[in-house]
Design a binder for this molecule. Structure first.
Ligand SMILES: [Fe+2]
Length: 445
């Protein structure tokens, strides 16, 4: 393809956003450096990869998982597979021409997670699709028929209880539904949550005591829906609020805290702050916060999200806000075993202009460090995996795919989370380019 026609394509179909068209398998991959033998499992990452070569929006492409299998210090295989959905195979749409919604249809393109022995490819409009450890699609998964809402692509696994918490949002009432799945995979609680309108809610968070919802002013727009575009836009009149709902109690609505209008795709983490008597008196929520989103139209992304902290005072019913850093960041993560618990460390991708880094934040001290990939190498989301016998939350590795635009190649990279600026622990050159995608997980054996 020459430069000229490619430039006419929307950003999400150009350069390393462009889809790859082959599903391939490669085995016994060469390793530069040393893969820690304790990394025994699979790193799976999902992303939008439209099979037709075209999608109207970055978020609308068919889901494709890129997976790498590590064992005993070896990279046993790399493979990539489309999630076999009815959207992919039949051109089915989740929203019918009459406005009806079929949650069994979806592109399954945003995240891939494991809970209670099931690997799920998730997109926020639909039910999840279950995958095998070899990346074959098993089918739509609806929790034995109990799921009645969509499922966010960002469920939260509680490291204390083993539960999975998630929500679904919709443009018809109920606009927001909360679901809780026990450690055995049984859906045990569903609650309709009262919110003023149908906002786009991409992610949420938990603490030990509460579930946290963000009701922010990016709201469903019927006219945009009829045009086939991403049907959400900024609304100056909607306001912005964060809701905290006690965990494990049926029939209780959240308490809402007004915040400055903004948009958040991704929180980094949330945790309780307890008083001397052991009761929770504050909740801290760190997020990648955008000052606004989609005021003009819903197809472009202004790269201006920054790490930001809300502190909710439960007694006073007030929220205070402050920026934690001035870097532009996205894809914030913490160690899986700190989700909902007090964390000192978090990680994010900083790709802005010529900056291509993975940043490590010491969120409470304000310190930070980064791994700078240079001008031509661009990392995706970093996933933390603890070292065997780790005694601190940062004792482990960061896994990610990195794209090099000089030769249009990609690598799987392992960094030392405690010494992030150092040379990678290991690099695995991959047999094809990995397009920029969304989220992934380490699925240990
Ligand atoms: Fe996301």
């Amino acid at each position: 393809m020459t430069d000229k026609p490619e430039k006419k394509l929307p950003f999400h179909l150009r350069g390393n956003y462009a889809p790859v068209m082959d599903e391939i398998d490669a085995t016994d991959l060469a390793v530069i450096g040393t893969l820690p033998p304790e990394l025994d499992g699979r790193y799976f990452r999902n992303g939008a990869n439209p099979q037709s070569g075209f999608s109207p929006h970055w978020f609308a492409g068919d889901g494709m998982i890129h997976g790498i299998r590590l064992r005993e210090g070896k990279a046993e295989w790399y493979r990539n597979r489309w999630v076999q959905t009815r959207a992919l195979n039949e051109g089915a749409r989740s929203i019918g021409k009459d406005g009806s919604v079929d949650r069994t249809v979806g592109v399954a393109n945003t995240h891939v997670v494991e809970h209670a022995g099931k690997i799920l490819a998730v997109v926020e409009s639909s039910f999840p699709h279950e995958l095998s450890p070899e990346l074959e699609t098993i089918g739509v998964y609806d929790f034995d028929g109990k799921l009645e809402s969509a499922m966010t692509a960002h469920p939260k696994m509680c490291p204390v209880t083993g539960e999975m918490h998630f929500f679904g949002y919709a443009f018809t009432a109920p606009y927001l539904t909360y679901n809780r799945v026990d450690a055995n995979g049984v859906l045990v609680q569903s609650e309709a949550i009262d919110v003023p309108g149908p906002t786009m809610i991409h992610d949420f968070s938990i603490t030990e005591s509460h579930v946290i919802f963000m009701d922010l002013p990016v709201i469903f727009d019927f006219e945009l829906a009829m045009k086939g575009s991403m049907p959400y836009r900024w609304d100056d009149d909607y306001g912005a609020r964060v809701g905290v709902m006690p965990r494990g109690v049926a029939g209780v609505q959240p308490t809402w805290f007004d915040v400055e209008p903004c948009y958040v795709f991704h929180p980094m983490n949330s945790f309780d702050v307890k008083g001397d008597d052991g009761s929770v008196n504050q909740i801290v929520i760190d997020t990648a916060r955008y000052p606004e989103l989609w005021r003009q139209e819903s197809t472009t992304f202004k790269n201006d999200s920054k790490l930001h902290r809300w502190t909710l005072d439960l007694a006073k019913g007030t929220a205070s806000e402050r920026a934690l850093d001035d870097r532009t960041i996205e894809f914030p993560r913490v160690a899986d075993d700190r989700v909902g618990l007090h964390n000192d460390v978090g990680y994010a991708v900083a790709t802005f202009e010529d900056q291509n880094s993975i940043v490590r934040y010491d969120v409470n001290s304000g310190a930070s460090a980064e791994h700078d990939f240079g001008n031509t190498r661009i990392p995706g989301e970093a996933v933390f995996v603890p070292r065997d016998g780790a005694t601190t939350e940062d004792d482990g590795y960061l896994l990610m795919y990195v794209y090099d635009k000089t030769d249009e190649t990609s690598e799987f990279v392992v960094l030392d989370a405690q010494n992030i600026a150092a040379q990678p622990v290991a690099r695995v050159p991959l047999p094809q380019r990995i397009p920029f995608g969304f989220h992934g997980s380490w699925i240990a054996d």
